[in-house]
Design a protein around this ligand. Structure first.
Ligand code: MG
Length: 310
């Protein structure tokens, strides 16, 4: 079996992980989190979203966050933009990369962004053209690619079509996303098989949630198919406000632990991720779902109590 020697991890914790938390961390906490993620060596960090602050109050301070973080050479910083207004804000904050958020199911698209797929793609086209004129790269998300909370199954051929369409519109990469954490490896293979007949995997990323415990297995399926870019959220922060029961992006620690063990290079420090999660935990709900993080913290506590006993 041939597996890729190197994988790019896109850290989505500060955006996907924090957009829906009940306790919203203040700007300083977000900056502290992002700076630690940069220190951990992550190649890409999605720092926030330039969305309507009345709809997503947790992301209202994204400009302030971008201005305050220490941008590490070698890390790309990006943010979600729903429209031209969002793009102008991102450009004003100095970002050179943004992402648009599309869906593979019409019902989800309407509930999430108040537009059907066709209408939303028209808007993305305008964002992509305007961004290109300013030298800003655009990534595309394709949410609900493995199933929709309202429509159920999403055909693999539909995912392939929309991925192709986004790339033809000018995005540099499409993150095929399992918004509700329903995917399993068989489905990943089927979807990627359909996608591979239309687009090269260098332009494809996979975004998994661990809601049903299949997050890492899905990554392995993606690796076997030849995908080399994966989204993850430090600590396993986040879910999706429009996807009932969707808790927990795939945790970056769990992903890096697996890839390290397989000898696949990420350039990311596992210890650095644990430091970022440990810093962030008290600013959100307290306990983060990453299994690696829990194991690391348990080992630290055991060591401390052994020292006390000695
Ligand atoms: Mg997510």
């Amino acid at each position: 079996m041939t597996l890729p020697p190197r994988v790019t991890i896109v850290e989505v914790g500060p955006r996907d992980g924090l957009q829906n938390v009940s306790l919203v961390p203040d700007t300083a906490a977000k900056v502290g989190f992002i700076d630690r993620l940069s220190d951990a060596g992550l190649p890409v960090v999605e720092v926030g979203a330039f969305v309507d602050p009345r709809r997503v109050p947790a992301m209202a301070d994204t400009e302030a966050v971008v201005r305050a973080i220490a941008q590490r050479p070698g890390t790309r910083y990006t943010a979600l933009v729903p429209n031209l207004r969002g793009l102008a804000r991102a450009a004003g904050a100095g970002l050179r990369e943004v992402s648009v958020f599309g869906a593979a199911s019409d019902s989800f698209s309407r509930r999430n962004i108040n537009q059907g797929i066709a209408e939303s793609f028209l808007g993305f086209r305008a964002v992509i053209q305007e961004a290109a004129a300013s030298g800003i790269r655009v990534r595309g998300y394709l949410s609900t690619s493995f199933g929709c909370p309202y429509e159920g199954d999403v055909p693999a051929e539909r995912v392939a079509e929309l991925t192709d369409e986004l790339l033809q519109m000018g995005v540099f990469e499409v993150a095929i996303s399992d918004t509700i954490g329903i995917a399993h490896p068989g489905q990943v293979w089927r979807t990627l098989d359909a996608v591979s007949s239309r687009v090269p995997f260098e332009r494809v990323a996979l975004h998994f949630h661990d809601t049903r415990g299949t997050g890492l297995a899905n990554v392995l399926a993606g690796l076997q198919a030849g995908v080399t870019t994966f989204d993850a959220s430090c600590g396993g922060l986040g879910g999706c406000p429009y996807a009932p029961g969707a808790s927990g992006n795939l945790a970056t620690e769990d992903l890096v632990y697996m890839l390290d063990g397989m000898g696949i290079d990420t350039g990311v420090s596992l210890q650095g991720l644990v430091e970022a999660s440990t810093f962030m935990a008290p600013h959100v709900q307290g306990e983060l779902p990453s299994r690696y993080l829990k194991a690391a913290q348990a080992a630290t506590m055991r060591t401390r109590s052994e020292r006390r006993d000695a």
